[in-house]
Design a protein around this ligand. Structure first.
Ligand code: ADP
Length: 171
């Protein structure tokens, strides 16, 4: 099953396996919001064929930001990163996207963490210059996707729905 409690009729393969129907946590960070790139970013996932199952505009609390970046706690930039994310200078657009292999494909759509390593054609490759302003977050594994979706969203904020044109996108 995918990560949510509610079953989805369209699952064909197991989540966490390549090609499986999964959910991933994607966030446009405040630099992306300030730069007016929300629609560009949503559009790239939407045009690919992925399904938006949750979205909200939020300034994360310090505990949420610290938990979200918990694996970076020991890094020198950790405090600055949390200060930045919680600053309220713009909200974060938090989303859950669903579809085949969306965790891994989402990372490819986003591009490498360091914009200087990100391929042209990826979001970071096309729109960003430095790691401290790389505009977007995407879960990097099934485990982190499950954790991050649960951290940022209540279950009732994630909505199960079906594409009416699904047979024309996936076969
Ligand atoms: P990703 O966002 O691609 O999953 P990481 O989990 O390694 O990458 O880092 C999380 C975020 O922390 C990055 O997107 C970036 O905003 C910030 N970050 C990472 N490395 C640095 C760095 N050397 N200096 C400043 N910020 C950084």
């Amino acid at each position: 099953p995918i990560q949510s409690a509610a079953p989805i009729a369209t699952i064909k393969t197991a989540a966490g396996t390549p090609g499986g129907i999964e959910r991933t946590f994607i966030a446009v960070k405040l630099d992306g919001v300030q730069r007016g790139l929300v629609s560009e970013i949503i559009g790239r996932f939407e045009r690919k064929g992925y399904k938006l199952v949750a979205i909200k505009s939020v300034v994360p609390s310090r505990p949420i930001a610290e938990a979200h970046y918990g694996d970076l706690r020991a890094r020198p930039f950790f405090k600055g990163l949390v200060d930045y994310m919680t600053s309220g200078r713009a909200p974060v657009i938090a989303m859950v996207w669903e579809g085949p292999d969306v965790i891994r494909q989402g990372r490819r759509i986003i591009g490498a963490t360091n914009p200087m390593d990100a391929q042209p054609g990826s979001i970071r490759g096309d729109f960003t210059l430095t790691v401290g302003r790389n505009i977007i977050h995407g879960s990097d594994s099934f485990e982190s996707a499950t954790f991050e979706i649960g951290l940022w969203f209540d279950p009732e904020e994630v909505y199960n729905w079906r594409f009416t044109n699904e047979e024309w996108v996936v076969s």
